[in-house]
Design a binder for this molecule. Sequence first.
Ligand SMILES: [Zn+2]
Length: 464
Amino acid sequence: MTTTVRAWHAELAWLPGRGVCPDVLIEAAGDRFTAVTPEVRADDIRDDLRAGVTRLPGLTLPGLANAHSHAFHRALRGITQVGLGTFWTWRERMYQVAAGLNPDSYLALARAVYAEMALAGITCVGEFHYLHHGPEGVPYADPNEMGKAVIAAAAQAGIRITLLDTCYLSGGLSPDGPQPLTGSQLRFGDGDGEAWAARAEALGADEHGLLGPLARAGAAIHSVRAVPLDQMHPVIAWAQRYGAPLHAHLSEQRAENKASLAAYRRTPAEVLYDAGALGPRATAVHATHLVGHDVDLLGGSRTYACFCPTTEADLADGIGPARALATAGCPLTLGSDSQAVIDLFEEARRVELDERLASGQRGHFRAGELARAATTDGHASLGWPDAGEIAAGAIADLVTVALDSPRLAGATRKTALASVVFAASAADVRHVVVGGQELVQDGRHRLVEDVPAALSAAIRQVLG
Ligand SMILES: [Zn+2]
């Protein structure tokens, strides 16, 4: 078998430890970069590469990692603003969509959503997947049919996926014990933690946690509301066995803190810490309403903190302490979560902008720190530590942002990274490479020809 050798010549590229460099020659063999050389003029490219080299005008970044996604929520975009659009109109509609999905419609919807992500420069998604079973909670013939549909969707859309298979056992917490699941929630439940682990085991990950060339397995505890403390251990043990990522929603709403304090006399962060769920392979998603020494528990354990600012704004969750978490030791990551929009540049800048609104001061994060959240740290939090950097030996995923759009015209080499982080939109992504292969060329997806049509057909099928 011969390995495909590829080369790109980036007008500007953001390189680890060097910042934005001009005229970067990027070479790959198979799915890995083999050499990254800045300041190579077009005329100086070696003869053996010159004919096949792809020019990348604009700023080239490592592929973007979307660390927190619920693909099916994409069907809710726009329709939950009916009337004034309260939290309850959103949740009601979310349960309706969940109730109507089957493996075929889920595959079609997730494929289109992941294609939308690819067009936005996202080369890796962490799918926080909890819609496991059929109506009334009856398992499918293969109890992992829905998870496998999601993995197939990512493969068909050409992006990497970490399936964060989610344990979701109860409808809420009360001092009298966990509340039973009802209605659509029945589709989320496995019964108990051991049954969750048996199903996750049947996904068939190899010893490295891989489910395919572009897919790996991870685990999730939905939240302290949905997984009783005495059921968390099998999930944590399963993740440990595979060295797999372990994610959990944390303190998204104040009501969760209240319920946790009433049931356990501990905050949700304290509950996860005491259960052994925090650490350098763990991600706390949202981490909005932290109190007491929660920030120290998360930072001290090097837990990732995943911010999803457009969703947190859409659902009126609040603004989490991003700077305090980062300073305490939490690497930050970003997620599109409810798919209110799919645009990691928007998520990245909002981390800084929300901090400004909350503090009344500018200047909390450098553009490079926000870019790192969207790339290197996002990938590492999903179990792909060798992706997310343009460096020899790393996985060959790239995204190129055009600098000649109305939003970015005027950007220079010096401002390019800050211009992109603070002003680009997903629509400025021109070129995307996954595993050394072109996935998006000149703004067109090569595997899903008409992404808007695929989205529209899939959403119509789901909403009826
Ligand atoms: Zn979520």
